[in-house]
Ligand binder design. Structure first.
Ligand SMILES: [Cu+2]
Length: 123
């Protein structure tokens, strides 16, 4: 449907420029570091297909479905901090993973092969 496509595209545009200019945090960080009470990055489940892996860049291009309220369904490049996680991915594999979002930073981890194409048989 055209409307749906249009909405999808605008979401896509909004999604990729996810760098909301954050008001510069007040610079008196010295004393209470964990004052904001947030423990670590946000986590979003991701399901997608790996289109390519760039070991040098430590990133993977992934065609993923919508990722929570953070990103619409789209194909983009995701940093993968942990090279052990990166090593689990290869072009063509379907994965379940977690996207970690920490302010303007995001990366993919907790990569698991999804039983996508392996559905040929058993239970
Ligand atoms: Cu995006």
């Amino acid at each position: 449907m055209k409307t749906a496509l249009f909405i999808g595209l605008s979401l896509l545009l909004v999604g990729c420029s996810a760098s909301t200019p954050e008001p510069a945090k007040t610079a008196d960080s010295a004393t209470s570091a964990g004052a904001s009470g947030q423990t670590g990055p946000k986590r979003y489940p991701m399901h997608g297909k790996v289109l390519g892996v760039d070991a040098a860049e430590k990133s993977a291009k992934i065609d993923a479905g919508p990722i929570g309220d953070w990103m619409g369904a789209m194909t983009m490049s995701y940093p993968v901090k942990d090279s052990a996680e990166l090593a689990k991915m290869s072009a063509g594999s379907t994965i379940d993973a977690t996207v970690f979002v920490d302010g303007d930073n995001f990366w993919v981890g907790e990569v698991k092969m999804a039983a996508a194409t392996a559905a040929s048989g058993a239970k």
